[in-house]
Design a protein. Sequence first.
Length: 311
Amino acid sequence: MAVHLPCLPVLLFVFLAVHVPVTHADPPLPSTYDVSMCSESFSCGVVEIRYPFYLANATEATADYSGNFSCGYTDLSISCKLEGQTWIPTIRLDGDDYTVDTISYHYDHQTILLVDSDVLGGAGGDCPAVRHEVSFNGTWLHSSSYNDNLTFLFGCDPRGPVPPECDAYKINCTQFKSPPGAGPGDSFVVVMTDENDRYLEQELATKCGNTMVVTVPVRGDVLMAASYNKSNFTSGGYGGVLKRGFELEWSRITGTADGCHLCEASNGQCAYSQNREFLGCLCHGGKAGSPDCEHIVPATASTATASRKSS
């Protein structure tokens, strides 16, 4: 059941990008590539990583190619990090790390479930402090209607009497610490489930000076189940909600803004630059095509020489 998003002034910072044709800033693909570099699928922990997601270090610079290219959509790169004895899949959104819980590849449910890596890092125990909002480029990732939001007000230094009913929203964990940059004072977590909650959030923002306000997405069903008992919620329940993460939808290229749709129609994988420019098509057998696998890139002189030497 879909959970409706609350009407906040700022719910989620989504920076949209417009596809532009390939420019001379990035060279085209070489004629061949290392197939082992661009594996069609691999596992990191319990998460299966498949195209258009790809391993973050799966980019290559070769003797006949001066640039780097991705093995999938630029923003869908996954780092597989070893923590202790466990491999953890991690994606970066606007410079911040998020642990990948699951990825759904079903054609009518293409989603990725993420958890802020800071929340899972152990600081604050059951009552972590989020340090940033969620920002991402909207080319391939989109917010989900299954998300709801939590608003945090850190370091509330009252400039006037705070309404007594706001005490129910005060974080009261002994291990809780405000994030860097927050001033002294109490911290609050507000669940935007009704008009009263929105009123109290506005009251707190008005009455608190030098307050850090952070709004983050969470799973609406998890939030609804945890927020009935506000005393438990502010003493650790909200931390459990944060650790269950939030959902983003991802989508394949569908229009004609670049040649990726032609590449995928020919059973190839689209290669992009770090500037999100389509470079060409990675085809079976280590061959590259432009814009698809029906048009294989001719071998360059250096590639042909290398091939003769290897044979």
